[in-house]
Design a protein around this ligand. Sequence first.
Ligand code: TRP
Length: 458
Amino acid sequence: MNQDAVKGARQSLHGQWSSRLAFILAATGSAVGLGNIWRFPYVAGESGGGAFVIIYLGCILLIGLPVMMSEVLIGRRGRRNPVRTMAVLGEEEGSTRFWGLVGGMGVVAGFLILSFYSVIAGWSLAYVVESASGAFTGADSAAVQAVFGGLTDSVSRLGIWHTLFMVLTVVVVARGVQKGLERAVRVLVPALLVLLFVLLGYAITSGGFAEGAAYLFRPDFSEVTGGVVLMALGQAFFTLSLGMAAIMAYGAYLPEDTSIGSTSITVVVADTSIALLAGLVIFPIVFANGLAPDQGPGLIFLTLPLAFGDMAGGQFFATLFFVLLSFAAWTSAISMIEPAVAWMVERFDVTRAAAASVVGVIIWLLGFLTVMSFNVLSGATFGAGTIFDNIDHLTSNIMLPLGGLLIVVFAGWVMSENSTANELDLATPARYRLWRFLARYVAPVALVAVFLNAIGLF
Ligand code: TRP
């Protein structure tokens, strides 16, 4: 019996992707979401543009890619929920079962991230209705501001859309990995791409394209602080869904004969292209309308309606765009609770539906902290800003990079060369050595340096 047959004997309890393409679609569905279209432009705008973008791209390549490959390989080797997988592999590789705590931290991070993600996805749902009803047709900046303010000022309106989004997420997760996830992503990502190109066409003719593109790609490194580098790192983890074992959970359902290297590269390239495309759409519109790039989380919700309001067929395109954005958020949200749900199913022997419901209710309740950060509690600021800003900062900039560090150290140092080489099965020995060098040295050193830098020690 060969090695693969031995490994293949370990099966996931939760089923398997039907093909390599299905995994790519699911992982891309997880990666492509609000992080690319909502978070990337607003964080880049707050961090001064070009230099942030370059550092972000560096983080994607040198840290994001090796961490993603590590998550997938650990997941596939363990074939269980991330908590169990890390514990079992920890023991198998001669270390300890306490590595399971990394999976546990991922579960907690997923709860926190989805609690605000769902609220922002709710904005997108609300904008579907606004767009369809023609609220943005011919609208100027003040009119768009009024629509956005009317939504975010209201606890009940934000709460209702957040509730709806959580219900949608729980329903898909309850139905399981193949039935729920695969179908949703197949049309979505290509359709979103097409719409972004429509918007790009508008942005090019908006009069602000040169300025927008320069803002995005011309770095001014004098603006770079430790905080900016940490934001870029956090954005890299957030947009690739890394550091909380979401991709590890998906890796557990990956067929044995699928190449981890090329699938990871496909996902990373797709995700990064979509973020850059979104930036190339948003900033020209920002400058063409004399708006500020650093206006925070409302950025795309305040700028894109101006573009739609101004273009032929804008009402139709706007509605379609926010439908697609909501779908993209949906396929991402699913991956945030898959680790928790898989863990509960294995640990407590409950059904997926029961696990997803319990997890959903907890996150739904937590979400009201974010709902209220935009109105009744908007004055309650500390640390990074509002309660929402703090949950986002804690998860994206601290928990995800820390989880990523532990994951890549586990794959690079704890797991034997034999195990990782066998699981990755890269086309050439040189590629394996490159991965191992990135996983053992480059990514951990860079991660630790960014942390030390951010707290002012380096
Ligand atoms: N990557 C997704 C986005 O860009 C969000 C996401 C999904 C995520 N799963 C995650 C972020 C896990 C961090 C961790 O919208």
